[in-house]
Design a protein around this ligand. Structure first.
Ligand SMILES: *Cc1c(COP(=O)(O)O)cnc(C)c1O
Length: 460
């Protein structure tokens, strides 16, 4: 039996019509899009699960904030509202707004890293990896082995492999490690959480070797909810207490506010107490983003973010949010559709390798499934597998990803239970005719980040 759906803790005041297309129209559209879902116009998509980033619905309070926001260049009241709320939540002395997550990375990482340095993470998100590499440093992932066992439940598949972390530090020498990063939740391995205990031990190792610890905080609220639900010591702690404790173990954070802070654009940098680092950060912020009291954001974005930060931490909201994803996963269980177990915070990662075993990695089973979801019901998802991974930079050979996931990312406060049912029904239809689904070959690709612009064609 499927899990009981957690009722939305809000009602709908404004609606946005969804385009409903015929199957023939969808077949034409995906062909014109060269079988790349990024090329689809959003007006041709019925349910858009491409990402949960910046696609959230703001509340009446946030829209009211947009109207009363302060657009002053310097010293705007919306800046003080935002930084005060963030200081209360995270317990950090310095908070810097920036326009999105990768801007936070661009401003902060060159101060901490450079050529011949290494950065170690549970798993780097792709923009974070890119900004580490742009400084001349190199990235190393230390994910726990259970993350690779897709069909086995483990409560904290996002955790750092502590043994591998310490081994790596000792092999490369502590003075060469510029940064340790903890991505919460761990986006790239399926939105899987990191436990408080793992965070504590990672912090202990980092500080023993005098290496700064950074949190990549895009989905910190979802992570806190998982800690409360799955780590017995934290069962009766509030989300706020869990967040403050988690951040107390790190020294700095970068955040894409387009996720758990429920806005359409925004980012933050936090520095716990290093005034010297904040001085350097202000210089980079002014060069790349704008004056420190707006950091590349308009006053209305600062104000919406000040409010969204608090809304994203509400217990009832998180119960509904995670409950919605768990409902979707439980319906997949009933239909025997394989996915990374347990479901992540921000969505479900369907195991396309298991669902379409006849399509090899170099014919992109996760992309093939994403294309079928669009043809079947106008649903837009994305490939998190070999298509995303790309080619070896030296040999130019296609790399084989450890997973072939089709990611269904769920925007916050946007879709209802019946939309989720449409998604599962479409997957069941696809599963029933899976033997007839073919793989794809590449017709045209860019040398880096190819998935955004790639052109494909079905294999005859
Ligand atoms: C989205 C994301 C980023 C990058 O943020 P943008 O706002 O898209 O620039 C960095 N890290 C993680 C974990 C993310 O999910």
């Amino acid at each position: 039996m499927s899990k009981k759906y957690v009722c939305e803790p809000f009602r709908i005041k404004m609606v946005e019509p969804l385009p409903i297309l015929s199957r023939e129209e969808r077949l034409t559209n995906i062909k014109i899009a060269k079988y790349n879902l990024f090329n689809l116009h959003s007006t041709d998509v019925t349910i858009d699960l491409l990402t949960d980033s910046g696609t959230n619905a703001m509340s009446d309070a946030q829209w009211a904030g947009v109207m009363i926001a302060d657009e002053s260049y310097a010293g705007a009241k919306s800046y003080y509202h935002l930084t005060q709320n963030a200081k209360d939540i995270f317990g950090y002395e310095f908070i810097q707004p920036v326009h999105q997550g990768r801007a936070a990375e661009k401003v902060l990482l060159p101060i901490l890293l450079g050529p011949k340095k290494y950065a170690i993470a549970n798993t780097f998100f792709d923009t974070t990896r890119a900004h580490v590499e742009l400084t001349g440093a190199r990235c190393i992932d230390c994910i726990v082995p259970e993350a690779l066992e897709i069909s086995t439940f483990a409560p904290f598949k996002g955790n750092m492999d502590l043994e591998k972390l310490e081994e790596t530090i000792l092999t490369l020498k502590p003075e060469n490690i510029g940064l340790i990063t903890m991505t919460i939740t761990n986006n790239s391995c399926g939105g899987q959480p990191v436990s408080m205990e793992n965070m504590r031990q990672t912090s202990e190792i980092a500080h023993r070797y005098h290496i700064p610890l950074m949190i990549d905080a895009a989905r910190y609220a979802e992570n806190a909810y998982f800690v409360q639900q799955r780590e017995p010591e934290w069962k009766s702690a509030s989300i706020r207490t869990i967040v403050k404790t988690m951040f107390s173990y790190a020294d700095v954070f970068t955040m894409s506010a387009k996720k758990d802070a429920i806005v359409n654009m925004g980012g933050l940098i936090g520095i716990k107490n290093d005034a010297n680092l904040y001085q350097k950060l202000m210089v980079n912020t002014i060069s790349y983003e704008g004056y420190i009291t707006y950091g590349g954001m308009s006053g209305r974005d600062l104000e919406a973010l000040a409010i969204g930060l608090k809304e994203g931490l509400q217990q009832e909201f998180l119960e509904y949010r995670i409950g919605q994803v768990e409902y979707l996963a439980s319906r997949l269980d009933e239909a025997n559709i394989p996915y990374q177990k347990p479901a992540g915070g921000h969505g479900v990662f369907i195991d396309a390798k298991a669902l379409l075993p006849h399509i090899p990695a170099n014919q992109f089973p996760a992309q093939a499934l994403a294309i079928e979801l669009y043809i079947e019901a106008g649903i837009r998802s994305c490939d998190v597998g070999s298509l995303l991974l790309g080619n070896d930079p030296d040999t130019k050979e296609q790399l084989v990803a450890p997973f072939e996931f089709t990611r269904l990312a769920i925007p916050r406060r946007v879709y209802t239970q019946s939309h989720l049912d449409v998604i599962v029904d479409a997957l069941i239809e696809i599963k029933n005719r899976r033997d007839s689904i073919r793989g794809y070959k590449i017709v045209k690709e860019a040398p880096v980040l190819r998935h955004f612009t790639i052109e494909l064609e079905p294999i005859a």
